[in-house]
Structures are given as C-alpha cells and as structure tokens.
Design a protein around this ligand. Sequence first.
Ligand code: NOJ
Length: 742
Amino acid sequence: MKKYIFTLLIIAFISSSCNKANISSEDKRLDQRVDSVMKLMTLDEKIGQMVLYTSDWDVTGPTLKSGYLDDIRKGNCGNIFNAHTAAYTRKLQKIAVEESRLGIPLLFGYDVIHGHKTIFPISLGESASWDLAAIEKSARVSAIEAAASGINWTFAPMCDVSVEPRWGRVSEGAGEDPYLGSRIAEARVKGFQGENNDLSDPLTILACVKHFAAYGAPLAGRDYNTVDMSERVFLDTYLPPYKAAIDAGAMSVMSSFNELDGIPATGSKYLLTDILRKKLGFKGFVVTDYTSINEMVNHGIVANESEAGALALNAGVDMDMQGEVYFKYLKKSIEDGLVDEKLVDDAVRRILRVKFMLGLFDDPYKYCNEEREKQLVYAPEHLEAELDVAKKSMVLLKNDNHSLPLKKGEKIAVIGELAASTRDLLGSWKAAGDWDFMKSTLDEIKLYNGEKNVIYAEGCKKMGEDRSGFAAAIAAARRADKIVMVIGEDWEWSGEAASRTSINVPGVQTELLEKLKALNKPVVVVLMNGRPLDLSKESTLADAILEAWYPGTMGGKAITQVLFGDYNPSGKLTMTFPRTLGQVPIFYYEKNTGRPIYLENPKYKSRYIDCPNDPLYPFGFGLSYTTFAYSDIKLSSNELTSDGEIEASVNVTNTGGVNGEEVVQCYVRDLVGSVTRPVKELKGFEKISLKAGQSKVITFKISPEMLAFYRADMTYGSEPGDFKLFIGGNSRDVKETEFKLK
Ligand code: NOJ
C-alpha cells in the first residue's frame, strides 16, 4: 500500500474530471501526469507495461500460473486478460498495486464481444437488426456487466469487413458493407465507452478496434491466411469501419494476424504508423493479437523472435499480447541499437495515458465491487434488452402461404438437436455467459404453446450421418399440424479458427427436412448459424425460413415470440446469401465489368453457365409478416452543387394486415469515374415502424462528401458527373432516379 500511496503523491495534482476521452484541453495535464510516473520507471518496468498475459482457467475458476503472479509483482506484467469477477480481479490488482515497486494498476482485458454474462446475439446477427440504438444498448449492457465484474477493457468491436462466408469470423463482424459497418462500429464504441466517451465512469470500458487491418479478407476464407488487395480497395472498402470506431473515440487498436501486401500487419509501419496514427490520427495504444509478434517468424519476415520484437515496435506496436517477445528481447534490442528507447517511452506513455483516463490511478479497485457485480450481472433489464435485440436481429427469408406466424394452440412438431440446445444459442465468444439456467427454443415453445401441443423429436444431430432418429421425427410430424425444424451449425463452427470449405447445412439435417416436406404439411425452418449458408435446397423444401443466428441468453424466447407473431420480424441481411459456394465472393457493391450480363447475347458475358449471377438472398433482404410498397421516389433537385445538399425521398406504405418495421435503404451509383465505381453503394438507411395501412415519406440527405472515393490519383473526393440513386427495402428491389453532381 505504501508504494501505491507514494505513486499517488507523485501524481497528486490529478483531478478526476480529467478523465474524459477526446478533451484536448486536458491533454497536456494528462501528459504531465503520465510523465510524472514515467520518471520513476526503470526500463524493465516500462517494458512490463508493454506486456499482456492471459490468466489460466480451471474447473473452479480462474488461476494464474505462479510465474505470472510473480511477473505482476516484479512489475514485469502490467496487463492481464481472461481474468474476471470482481473478487478475482481485486486479488490480482492488489498484487500490482501493493506488491510491485511503483504500484501501477493493471488493465483487465476480455473478449466481451456480444455480452459479458447476459449474452446478446452474435455480432453478425445483431447487425441484421439495422437498429443502431439497439446495438449501442447491447454494447452498453455488455460494458456495464463486464465493468461490474472487474473488466476495464474489451477486445471489441471487431470492424473487419468481409465478403467471405467460408471464414468463421464473419459471425463476429457487421457483414459486408463499409457504410453500415461504420455506423455499427460507432454504435458499439459508444456503447462500450459510454455516451460521453467518459472512460473514468466505472460503468464504461475501453474499446479495442480490431483486427487492424483487413483481417476479413483471407484467401479462400481460411482463417489467418494471406490477405492481398489493392490499396484502393483497402482504403475504400476495408478501412472505413476501423476509422469510424477510432473517430468515435476508441482508445485501443489490435493488430491483426494476417499479412497485407507481403507485410504482416503486426510488423507493418504502413498500417500501424502511416495509416493508423498519421492518417487516422489515432492517439491510443496498439496491442497485438495473440502471439502475433512471434508469428512473424513463421510468416518469414524475420529470422527470430528478437527481430520480430524490433520489427513490431518500429512499426508501432505498443503492447505484446501473450508472446513474451517484448519481455524477453526488447531490452537487448535497445542495447544493440535495433530499436530506439524513445519508442518504448512513447508506447508506455500511451498505455499509461489510458490507465489514467480510466481513473485507475485514482481508484485501482473501481471495477472490483462485488456488491455492484451481484446487482448488475443478469439484471432483469439487461435480459429484456437482449430479448429485444434478439428479436430485431432475426431475418425472415421466406414465408409462403402465411406459414408463419404460428397460431397458439396449433399442434407443433419440433424437430432437431438445435431446438433443444441451450449452449448453441450463445454462439462463440460467450464470455462469462452461462447456459445451464437458460431455456432452449423447445422449452420456450412448450411454455408458450402448452406442453400438450408440442411434440418433440430430435430426428438427427447437427452433425454426422446418423439417421436412426428419422423415423421418430417423421412419426412426431405426422401427429402435428405444422412442423418446426431447427437446423444449422454447431456454435463452434463459427468464430475463430472455424473456416469451412462448404457452406451447406451440415450432416443429414437437410435430408430429414426433405422427408418431413414429403408429409405435405407446412414446414418452418429456424436457422442457427454464424455465416451465410447455401440454402438452395432448404429454400425449396421449407415453406418458411427464419434466420435466427445464435440469438443469445434469451434466444429461445425470442425465436418463440417471432414464430408466434408476438414480434413481427424486421431484420435484413448484412451479408449476401449465395446460391452456391461457387459464387463466392459475392456482394452487392460489385463492379459492372465490361460485359455485364443484362446486355443482349448472354454467351460472352460475365456470367456462369451453370448458375445465375444473382444471389439467393441479397444484401439488405428480409421479409415481414406484413408487406411494404415503395412509391414516388423524388429529389429536391436533380443537381447537386459541390458545396450543396439535396434530399431524396420516397413514400413507404404498409400494405399488409399487421403493424411492422421496415429498413428503408438508400443506394447510389456513380456512373462514370476516373476509376470504375460499384453498381450500388449504401449511403443511408432508416428503420421505420408503420401501422397496417399507414404511409410515411422517408427522406435522405445527399451531399458531395458522401460520394467521395479514392480517385485515380489516390486523392480522396467526389467527381462531378451523373449519378443514379436507388431507394428500396433491399439492395435488389429498388426505385431509382438520377442526379448530377456539378
Ligand atoms: C485472438 C483473436 O483473434 C482476437 O480476436 C481475440 O481478441 C484475442 N485472441 C484474445 O482472446
């Protein structure tokens, strides 16, 4: 304690009001306070601040290797991840604060990706809500629960744009679109770091923008694989969501595993200094991904770990996650003149700065309040928020003959292993979420519809070839009015290290679906999965398909409420669902090519001879239990001046029999550019609610800045000329008009 008080005295002029992010007037004082600590530090202690180790886990709870505890004590480890609960983090913090020489508090990081205890839908699912307020709320609740459990740093939001459904990590992102991805990245940062970006608030946590950069484009969809793209594609398409998150105030960034243009991201000065710091103006600190410094030896960019450490530091990496490279080699590299000690000072300054912003020097135990933890984790309003987001995330892909909603009291056969699963509802990265107390979709359907009206048969497993349960499932289905089959992927088939070479529904689930279809009863498919799947067969077999993703702690209830029409589905896909894997990569913002397919003479066109070009379900697509009609697309003017703004409007009418929500989407096409431009680009959207029969005029503002891109000479800006503007309920079915940028 003595040492901690000593440190506090050194920084006695701290005022707690100085902890807000982005307040430039306070920057100087913050720097002075950081300097006052820096002056006391040895080189070893500085390097210790640049080290992040994971805790280990056993069945009864988290424990650290004794060596790591000693590292904290000696000042050789300033940051820990994968340790949580107020009590446990307090124990570790106490070692840092009371037993290390300077008493510098620890950062506690954790993958709070879509919830801490209350688990929200996987991020891809959540993005399908297109509901920024709901997404922000989900991150807010996650931060509140994590902060109450000792965490002050989350490794989120994941801002990787991806058009690669084979890649399991698409489940962690916001889909294929840079504009929507940017808005969602901002919402998530706001949720984690709080409305006012006040990191000193004990109920906010530090966000970490990852994986910098372009990790979402691995060749062949294989995780950790090589990424290669033009600088223009990188800047135009992949960079915007990271930028948006940084502009929103995120104060840490994680470097990615992949290489880009032949240089591993963790050793890329171009990415971590030129783009991140100079171009984007990032002021926080950069942490590596797990051992990604060490992995640069495998990449073949350095001969050994010592060189890897030097490359990383010179590129702009401040903190080494788990690799022990900085710990082992940095001091020697300085002595050998391979790196400048000033870079160590800069890195430590950035890390300490964030620790000050979090208020850890004022009260290192501020996240370690067990009473608060008890009150806040699984708070009823958190579970309510999760139920709300889960319902909003679901996408109705098909609904022939009004098969949905189900009617209360109908006899329903529920089939499929996933229907009875609770663990799968949480998806990957379930943080500290528990599934033992949760209710499965089957439990919830029984609760809602009455046990006697529900007949369950597993039928088959999510994976494997076992058909022995088919007969029982068919028998159950024969006794029912309608069949609900829950199919999809095991939760472990999405997320990190979960790439697939097929995007089919695994095992024999579709085979059983075919048999159920033969009974000539309405068949409803509920999908649980973390990526776009090839649903070409299922979409012909099922009368209705509800994409439920992995919907989280309240997922069973959310699915039930949507199935029975207590909530009218409003989600829209944020990744294109192809007809077949052979179309991948497929995304709505493609280029026209010199031989677009819509021209005469289909032979020598950019097309497949065995499959249409268009996807099964396009970006932005999703049905409702009602229908919406679009009419009267109008512009306030057909000419947009270089400093002006025009308004585009459309009339949307709920033409069905029930109230519903619709995501109205606005796209633009730049017809002629100094470089070729996409056939459509999302420029705005609004989620609206319309009563049955009600109409609303929806307006989008269009400015020249919204039309900017990296031009032929790599300058950024818009170009005068003709544009098309489209408004509709998805990227395919739109009304269009034209304007000119002067
Ligand atoms: C590796 C993953 O790529 C990254 O997303 C995660 O945050 C870290 N491990 C820490 O768990």
